[in-house]
Design a protein around this ligand. Structure first.
Ligand SMILES: Cc1ncc(COP(=O)(O)O)c(C=O)c1O
Length: 394
C-alpha cells in the first residue's frame, strides 16, 4: 500500500531503540536498572483517584464532553495559576484543555504557522517538538543550550535574519534533559526579545513543580507582558503523577489559545469528562502531595550526585526536573557510553545525542527509581574502572 509522504518525513523515534535494547536485556533475565525513561514511578495521589471513581459513577460523565472541555477545569487551571504564580487568567478565553501537552506541543505549529515559516527550538530538547515541525511543514532553527550559558539560549547569538524570520519559539524550564532552571529575568528578556522580533513564545512548563534547593520554578507567565506574546503548556503528568491519564492545558495569550481550540475542534471532542473532574480535584486540592514528590526527587538527586562523587565522576547537580545531565567521560560518545553502561553494567540511560546535536557529550539519567537503586547503578558504573577517584574525568 502507498502511504503518505508525510509519514516518511516524520522523525524516527530515537528512543524506541533504547526501549527495545532495554526490554531485550530485561527479557534475558538481567537485573537492569532503567534510568532511561521519563515516566514518574509513584502512583497518582489517592484523592485524585477517588475523584475519578466518583466522577465515573455519575452517568453525566459518560456523554460527550463539551468540545473545548468542562468549564470547571478551566476555572481550576486559572485558580491554580493565581494561587501558585499570582498570574491572572480568564478561564473562558485563556485556557485550552489538552489530552496531554505532547499533543499541544505537536499541534501548535499547525495552529499558528504557515508552511515554510520558521520556528526556533532548543537543542538539546524534548524530541517530540520535532514532530510538530514536520506535520506543519515548517522550517527549524535550533537554539544551542550549553553549560557555559547555564543551558539558557543566547538570543544575542542569533543572526538578524534568524530573528526576522522566526515566528514561534519553544522553551522548557525546568529543562528536559539538562535539569537547568530559568529565573524571572530570563523570562523578562524573552518577552522583550519576542516583542521586538514578533515571535510567539510557547513555554513548556512540564516540570514546573520540580525545583530543588528551595527554589520554586518561575512560570513564563509571571514575566511582565508575557501574555501579549505567548502561552505556557502545563501538564498534569509530572506534578500529580498522572502521565497515563493524558491531561494538561495550554494557558496564556487568548489568540493562540483560540487557535489551539479551533484546531482541536477538528480533531477531538475534548477528553473523558471523568478525567477532567479528577484534574479539577488535583488542581484545587491539597498540594502537600506535590511537595512530597519533589522532596523525594531531591533526595534521589542528592544520592545520585554523592554516588558519582564517590566513584570520581565529576558531574553537575540538576536544579530542577527529574533528570540529571551527566557528562560522558573522555574518549566516548554519548551513544557508545550508553551502550557500554547497558551491556556491561546493566544500567540503561538515554544518550544525549537523542535530544539533538548539542546533547552530544552527555547522558540523561532519570531520578525515577529509589535512592538505593540509583546508588547501585552508579556503583556498577564505578566498577567498570572508567573513573579514577583521584582525578577528574575531563
Ligand atoms: C519536556 C516535556 N514536555 C512535554 C512532555 C509531555 O507531557 P504530557 O504529554 O504527558 O503532558 C514531556 C513528557 O515527558 C516532557 O518531558
Amino acid at each position: 500500500m502507498k502511504l503518505s509522504k508525510k509519514l516518511k518525513q516524520l522523525p524516527p523515534q530515537f528512543f524506541a531503540s533504547l526501549v527495545q535494547k532495554t526490554g531485550d536485556a530485561i527479557a534475558q533475565g538481567r537485573d537492569v536498572i532503567n534510568l532511561g525513561q521519563g515516566n514518574p514511578d509513584q502512583p497518582t495521589p489517592l484523592h485524585i483517584v477517588k475523584a475519578l471513581q466518583e466522577a465515573v459513577e455519575n452517568p453525566t460523565t459518560h456523554k460527550y464532553s463539551p468540545f473545548r472541555g468542562i468549564s470547571e477545569l478551566k476555572e481550576a487551571a486559572a485558580n491554580f495559576y493565581k494561587r501558585e504564580y499570582n498570574v491572572d487568567i480568564d478561564p473562558l478565553t485563556e485556557v485550552a484543555i489538552l489530552s496531554g501537552t505532547k499533543i499541544g506541543l505537536v499541534e501548535l505549529p499547525m495552529a499558528v504557522l504557515n508552511p515554510g515559516d520558521w520556528m526556533l527550538l532548543p537543542d538539546p530538547g524534548y524530541p517530540d517538538y520535532l514532530s510538530g515541525v514536520v506535520l506543519a511543514d515548517v522550517q527549524l532553527e535550533t537554539l544551542p543550550l550549553i553549560a557555559e550559558n547555564n543551558f539558557l539560549p543566547d538570543y544575542g547569538a542569533l543572526s538578524e535574519e534568524s530573528k526576522k524570520r522566526a515566528k514561534l519559539m519553544y522553551l522548557n524550564y525546568p529543562n528536559n534533559p539538562t535539569g537547568a532552571i530559568a529565573d524571572l529575568n530570563f523570562f523578562n528578556d524573552t518577552v522583550a526579545f519576542a516583542k521586538e522580533n514578533e515571535i510567539a513564545i510557547c513555554h513548556d512548563f512540564a516540570y514546573g513543580a520540580v525545583g530543588f534547593d528551595g527554589v520554586k520554578p518561575v512560570s513564563y507567565l509571571q514575566a511582565k507582558g508575557a501574555k501579549d506574546v505567548g502561552i505556557e503548556m502545563y501538564t498534569m503528568s509530572k506534578t500529580f503523577n498522572m502521565a497515563g491519564w493524558r491531561i494538561g492545558f495550554a494557558i496564556g495569550n487568548s489568540q493562540i489559545i483560540d487557535a489551539i481550540n479551533v484546531i482541536q475542534d477538528h480533531m477531538f471532542v475534548s477528553l473523558f469528562p471523568a478525567v477532567q473532574h479528577a484534574a479539577v480535584a488535583a488542581l484545587n486540592g491539597n498540594q502537600e502531595c506535590v511537595t512530597t514528590f519533589v522532596n523525594n526527587y531531591e533526595k534521589r538527586r542528592n544520592a545520585l550526585i554523592s554516588a558519582c562523587n564517590r566513584i570520581g565522576w565529576k558531574v553537575e547537580a540538576p536544579r530542577g526536573s527529574f533528570f540529571a545531565w551527566l557528562n560522558v567521560p573522555k574518549g566516548y560518545t554519548s551513544q557508545n557510553f550508553a551502550d557500554k553502561l547497558l551491556s556491561e553494567a546493566d544500567v540503561a540511560v538515554a544518550p544525549g545525542i537523542g535530544f539533538g546535536e548539542f546533547g552530544e557529550g552527555y547522558i540523561r539519567v532519570g531520578l525515577l527509581v529509589d535512592e538505593h537503586r540509583l546508588e547501585e547503578a552508579i556503583e556498577r558504573i564505578g566498577r567498570l574502572g572508567i573513573f579514577n577517584k583521584d582525578m577528574t574525568n575531563e
